[in-house]
Design a protein. Structure first.
Length: 135
């Protein structure tokens, strides 16, 4: 996989006098079947989340509240995305190294993924990751 496959996805936003509503449908708004969702919150200042790659897992990362940065790395190039809108998601395909940082106070990070949790298919060492994708 390469960074060229990572992209921002505009999610539907329905605006009414009662507020906004955004939704996500599998294989419609995102290019995978949803198997799990989780969210991170109350993240202390200076903490970095992630720091790994997934062998088979697709994910959509959304800043539900507040903002944060996502660093993506395909073993050759690096790029960063700033997430700060709840109707925008960052699509990250398998085998892309990712790190999340610079969380604002009150930030909530929602992650929608294509697989159930399985630590065995997570690459947690950057050196191992580089060997897998570059060598």
């Amino acid at each position: 996989m390469s960074l060229s496959e990572c992209r921002m996805i505009n999610l539907p936003k329905i605006t009414t006098s009662k507020g906004n509503l955004t939704f996500v449908e599998e294989n419609s708004h995102i290019p995978f079947e949803i198997k799990r969702t989780y969210y991170c919150y109350d993240i202390p200042k200076g903490i970095t989340k992630g720091g790994h790659a997934h062998k088979n897992l697709h994910q959509l990362i959304i800043a539900i509240s507040g903002s944060f940065d996502v660093l993506l790395d395909d073993g050759v190039k690096r790029t960063s995305f700033h997430l700060d809108k709840p109707n925008l998601g960052l699509y990250v395909p398998p085998m892309i190294w990712h790190e999340l940082n610079n969380f604002t106070l009150g930030a909530i990070c929602l992650v929608i993924v294509s697989e159930l949790y399985n630590k065995e298919v997570t690459v947690s060492s950057y050196q191992t990751y580089r060997k897998m994708v570059v060598d």
